[in-house]
Design a protein around this ligand. Sequence first.
Ligand code: GDP
Ligand code: MG
Length: 179
Amino acid sequence: MTSENVDNVEIVVVGDGGVGKSCLTLRFVCDEFREEYNPTLEEAFRTQTVIDKKACQIDIVDTAGQEEFQVLRDTHLTVGDGFLIVYSITNQNSFQFVSKLRGQIHRARSSEDVPFVLVGNKSDLEDSRDVSTEDGKQLAKDWGNVKFFETSAKTGKNTKEAFQECVKEIRKHRQPKNE
Ligand code: GDP
Ligand code: MG
């Protein structure tokens, strides 16, 4: 995959502990779901796909260990081409946390021009919903109309779409801007 016709993008998956970052990554990369939870495991994956008829090599960094509100290590934030910023629809705290994360990413990069996709995961747990779809949509709008998905890593709903949209945002961001 060294042809000029292949994009190489790095997506960093961020969000509070337990929201489903690892499960979303696993669903996208392997189309699997696992119940077990390892809050400390940070992993990188590489996968290839075709989006809008163009081949793409996607590196995904599944981050871990942000539970204590510590500032993320800068490497996570500065190397990424785009971010999947994830909360759980069953956890209001995780929803509050995404705004903090976004601020940290902007500060780490000294720029607000960063491709984001906002993701409300665990949409299969409707009975335990703690964040309304409207609130998610509104936040995405407040962030400058970033793309927003409610996903389920468990059923696979919208998972592919969220990652693919992130690639599309990265591509848009790479296009030369008109003066
Ligand atoms: P992370 O800390 O953000 O990486 O969270 P994990 O991906 O490890 O998931 C934390 C827990 O939530 C695990 O027990 C998963 O099985 C569960 N989980 C993750 N995604 C979903 C989902 O979409 N639906 C349901 N029902 N459970 C999920
Ligand atoms: Mg994890």
